[in-house]
Design a binder for this molecule. Structure first.
Ligand code: NAD
Ligand code: G6P
Ligand code: MN
Length: 435
């Protein structure tokens, strides 16, 4: 029988997760689900936790759902530990987005200055969780969903030493569905290969006859006559430049917009900033509405309104990964995992986000090889930036933090790097014990 602990259980995404477990009830002999939060999230935990209990009951299952602020009690003898926490909650994200934008610089949840600060706040916490896991559940799998998922997963594997860590994101699932719709071919009849790092990966697609369909998809999705959709609720659908994507010969992910067409994304973000409608601010209102719904004692299923959040299909990643490990299903998934030579352009010991079957012993990535030069340069810069962010987060090293800010492609110039870093360090000082 399985014990699953979820850290950040008060998240509005919890019903998504519970729904995913219920769907897989025949594959997962769950006995206990422990939802853990902290004092600041207690009310959310109680509301969404009560909803989780109703969902389990409505499905006719006898799973125990425990709500707790005691992380150690939740971790004790857990088989799987999933994480979906946000240090500082949405108010911290509002600062991550608004402070850079107030200087005319892109502010985003997981990219640029804001994304680096989310890493600074989160990495010490994930390493603390791993310290507890070493003592309380030494054989458990850590399923990390907490953003910035790539850097948090790299910190867990490389610095926490927790090899049994899988980092997840819903973006690749959206791209799979998009390709299937555009080609009019069922997803299971297509073969996908994703490679890169979290929120910065590209992919290729083949059909059952063995024919590569990538260029055709570039035309169908990014062609001059197409109306481009990012399929992500949280990313504005600015069109990529077709000729550039055509030249790339790989399908980009939604987040490449912040790099390939940074100026257009920035212009739009500044407009949102001026209206007081940055994504974090909008999400805060969505979240409040969701929790009003969750309070309804008759609601015992995941409401449609949750689709307004960017994380739809989250459970298709998290719950399927757990089912695939537990049953050695070998489901083909995209996971943030140790590179080990999968991408030859990046260090062996770094974490990359790549395709491959999920086995009982974890993810076995397909070999990708090298990127074309135009993609190789930027991914090497991005990975070097991530490694520097992680080093800064662990050591509270100001020089490393400034260096990461200086080389991050979304921070323009050394003076701006220092201005933003200093202002964000003050704004977030309560959540930065290492600095
Ligand atoms: P949220 O603001 O609702 O936070 C979730 C919970 O985490 C809150 O209830 C909060 O109290 C709790 N929390 C904060 N610090 C904690 C700690 N130290 N220990 C335990 N709990 C703690 O966040 P959300 O919008 O539900 O998102 C949750 C996380 O999942 C974020 O990091 C977000 O970026 C990430 N996310 C990832 C993906 C992905 O693709 N990987 C998709 C969606 C969301
Ligand atoms: C996508 C990304 C997540 C990100 C989310 C933001 O799902 O994969 O990593 O956290 O969007 O959604 P939100 O609704 O919070 O803006
Ligand atoms: Mn993601």
């Amino acid at each position: 029988a399985l014990k699953i602990a979820t850290i950040g259980g008060g998240s509005s995404y919890t019903p998504e997760l519970i729904e995913g477990y219920i769907k897989r009830k025949d594959e997962l002999p769950i006995k206990e689900i422990w939802l853990v939060d902290i004092e600041a999230g207690k009310e959310k935990l109680e509301t969404v936790g009560a909803m989780a209990k109703r969902m389990v009951k409505a499905a006719g299952l006898d799973w125990e759902v425990h709500l707790t602020l005691d992380r150690r009690a939740a971790l004790k003898d857990a088989d799987f530990v999933s994480t979906q926490f946000r240090v500082g909650l949405l108010d911290a994200r509002i600062k991550d987005e608004r402070i850079p934008l107030s200087h005319g610089v892109l502010g985003q949840e997981t990219n640029g200055a804001g994304g680096m600060f989310k890493a600074f706040r989160t990495i010490p916490v994930i390493l603390g969780i791993i310290e507890d896991m070493k003592e309380l559940c030494p054989d458990a799998w850590l399923v990390n969903f907490t953003n910035p998922a790539g850097m948090v997963t790299e910190a867990a594997i490389k610095h926490g030493g927790w090899k049994k860590t899988a980092g997840l994101c819903n973006v690749p699932i959206g791209h799979r569905k998009q390709a299937s719709e555009k080609l009019g071919i069922p997803e299971e009849d297509l073969f996908f290969k994703f490679a890169g790092i979290n929120h910065f990966h590209w992919h290729r697609v083949w059909d059952k006859e063995g024919k590569e369909r990538t260029q055709e998809l570039i035309d169908l999705i990014y062609g001059p006559q197409e109306e481009q959709e990012s399929h992500l609720k949280n990313i504005w659908d600015a069109p990529y430049h077709y000729e550039q994507i055509k030249d790339l010969g790989l399908l980009p992910c939604g987040y490449h917009r912040y790099y390939y067409i940074e100026d257009e994304m920035l212009k739009h973000s500044i407009e949102e900033f001026e209206k007081g409608e940055t994504r974090a601010q909008v999400v805060k209102e969505t979240e409040a509405r969701l929790f009003e719904l969750y309070k309804d004692p008759n609601l015992d299923y995941k409401p449609k309104e949750l689709e307004q959040r960017g994380g739809t299909h989250y459970s298709d990643a998290a719950c399927e990964l757990i089912a695939s490990i537990y049953n050695d299903k070998r489901t083909d998934m995209v996971v943030s995992t140790e590179n080990n030579g999968t991408i030859t352009d990046l260090p062996y010991d770094c974490v990359v986000e790549v395709s491959g079957p999920v086995t009982a012993h974890g993810h076995e990535p397909y070999n990708w090889g090298a990127f074309p030069p135009a993609a190789r340069g930027i991914i090497q810069v991005m990975k070097g930036m991530e490694e520097t962010v992680i080093r800064a987060a662990i050591n509270g090293d100001y020089g490393a933090a400034l260096h990461a800010f200086t080389i991050n492609p979304l921070v323009p110039g050394g003076a701006m790097a220092k201005t933003l870093l200093d202002e964000l360090l003050i704004a977030h000082k309560d959540h930065l014990p290492n600095f």
